[in-house]
Design a protein around this ligand. Structure first.
Ligand SMILES: Nc1ncnc2c1ncn2[C@@H]1O[C@H](COP(=O)(O)OP(=O)(O)OP(=O)(O)O)[C@@H](O)[C@H]1O
Length: 417
């Protein structure tokens, strides 16, 4: 084994120390990076590394894809590594194809791992991928979170995704394969200049003589990741000390909020909005910053499906009625990803927002003490235009609204990065 091979193996060992899993999944596209990761993990396995199993997703989008997946299967057979091919046949011809393909791939790989009791899957992103990501994020005006680029570890879809090669140059992996006479597939989209990432890769070559190298950009990502973790910790502290959950709303003690630095205020608001709306992404900076200024001036703002309002003592982040006005599910089903309304079997019963009409039908609309905005966005049971129950707004019926959300998760999610 050459010294270069030894260094690559040491990278893997260091990455997984402490906490080396007994079994590890590896996602292999058949490209150079993931083929090298597969071979390195197989080599480590025979020297004390974890058991491994490999998976390839055939998106069925390029004619060569099936052959490439078979080539990975052949290589795995030679290495004595179990391998599965998952096929994606889900594209409906609409939407952003690369994005849909990536999401489908993640779900397929996670399902593959979960079905085998594999808790962690390794991806082969390299230092060059990291540097390209930083450049792409710079071009979008990202802040600390965006510039921290890809995390070496993250949990999603019920499994851990790990990137042990984030500090390794792509060329080192290609050299490794060449040294060992192992071939790989070149994905033609990696040369297609219609992709921003490809143009960034080419631009990097021109920027390197100015000192803007992949090494430097990856270092920036590392600094930003540490800063991000610190900011998240402070935000979580504020969430723990100054926030409570009421009927699914986030209530923030205003004095404590206003004492916090602007960056922490923005992070807490973004987190509260995401939590209340179950959104995948945080709101964009400009409208978020504008909403913060509006609150400081005692004005309300609707943002990304949430309604933000302030009284003298409390900032309240509520689900916006307009965002849920057209949602309808059967009793017992999840409504707005947040509530499940349960009650007696009634034909034609439907769960919809209470809305202003429903609120007017209540005998005592003020009984719960909750604000108007919270009440109209709360789940209610309807039969056509007839209100059967409003379990959040008014008790005393056979119907109850079970929160799907967990109030504890509001603080805990901030520690999850
Ligand atoms: N079709 C696929 N099947 C399984 N894993 C994949 C697939 N595509 C990508 N991956 C995994 O995700 C990682 C990142 O994907 P990305 O699209 O950036 O890589 P890639 O261009 O396919 O390159 P490579 O295989 O050389 O890493 C890959 O390194 C690999 O671990």
């Amino acid at each position: 084994m050459s010294g270069s091979d030894e260094r690559l193996l040491a990278t893997l060992r260091d990455f997984f120390t402490p906490g080396r899993p007994d079994r590890l999944g590896v996602a292999v596209s058949g490209g150079g990076d993931s083929t090298a990761l597969l071979c390195l993990l197989a080599s480590w396995r025979s020297d004390g590394g974890p058991e491994i199993a490999a998976v390839t997703v055939d998106h069925g989008l390029r004619p060569e894809a099936a052959d490439e997946a078979r080539a990975v299967a052949d290589l795995c057979a030679r290495l004595g590594v179990g391998h599965a091919i998952c096929r994606w046949a889900g594209w409906d011809g609409r939407g952003n194809l690369p994005d849909q393909a990536r999401r489908a791939r993640q779900r397929l790989i996670a399902d593959w791992a979960l079905a085998r009791g594999i808790g962690a899957v390794a991806l082969a992103h390299t230092r060059d991928d990291q540097a390209e990501t930083v450049l792409l994020r710079l071009a979008r005006g990202s802040g600390v979170d965006g510039l921290s680029a890809m995390a070496p570890w993250r949990n999603a879809h019920g499994i851990d995704w790990v990137r042990p090669l984030l500090g390794t140059p792509r060329q080192d992996l290609r050299d490794y394969l060449t040294r060992h006479g192992i071939g790989w597939a070149e994905d033609p989209t990696n040369e297609d200049e219609r992709h921003d990432r490809v143009r960034m890769r080419k631009a990097l070559a021109g920027l390197a003589p100015l000192g803007l190298t992949a090494v430097r950009l990856a270092e920036t990502a590392g600094h930003m990741a540490r800063a991000r973790a610190a900011l998240d910790t402070v935000t979580a502290g504020l969430a723990r000390d100054a926030c409570r959950i009421e009927a699914g709303d986030v209530l923030i003690a205003r004095a404590a909020f206003e004492r916090a630095p602007e960056e922490i205020q923005l992070r807490l608001l973004a987190h509260a909005i995401r939590w209340v709306t179950s959104a995948e992404y945080r709101p964009r900076f400009a409208p978020l910053s504008e909403a913060r200024a509006a609150l400081a001036a005692d004005r309300r703002r609707a943002l990304a499906g949430a309604l933000l309002s302030a009284t003298r003592r409390v900032i309240r982040v509520t689900r916006e009625y307009r965002a849920v006005a057209s949602l309808a599910v059967g009793p017992g089903e999840v409504w707005d990803r947040r509530w499940r309304v349960l009650g007696p079997a009634v034909e034609n019963a439907e769960v919809r927002a209470l809305g202003p009409d429903g609120l007017r039908m209540l005998a005592d609309p003020r009984a719960s003490g909750l604000p108007h905005a919270t009440l109209i966005a709360s789940p209610a049971v309807w039969s056509g235009a007839r209100l059967l129950a409003a379990p959040v707004a008014a008790g005393g019926s056979e119907w109850r609204a079970e929160p799907i959300f967990d109030a504890e998760s509001f603080v805990q999610a901030l520690f999850a990065h």
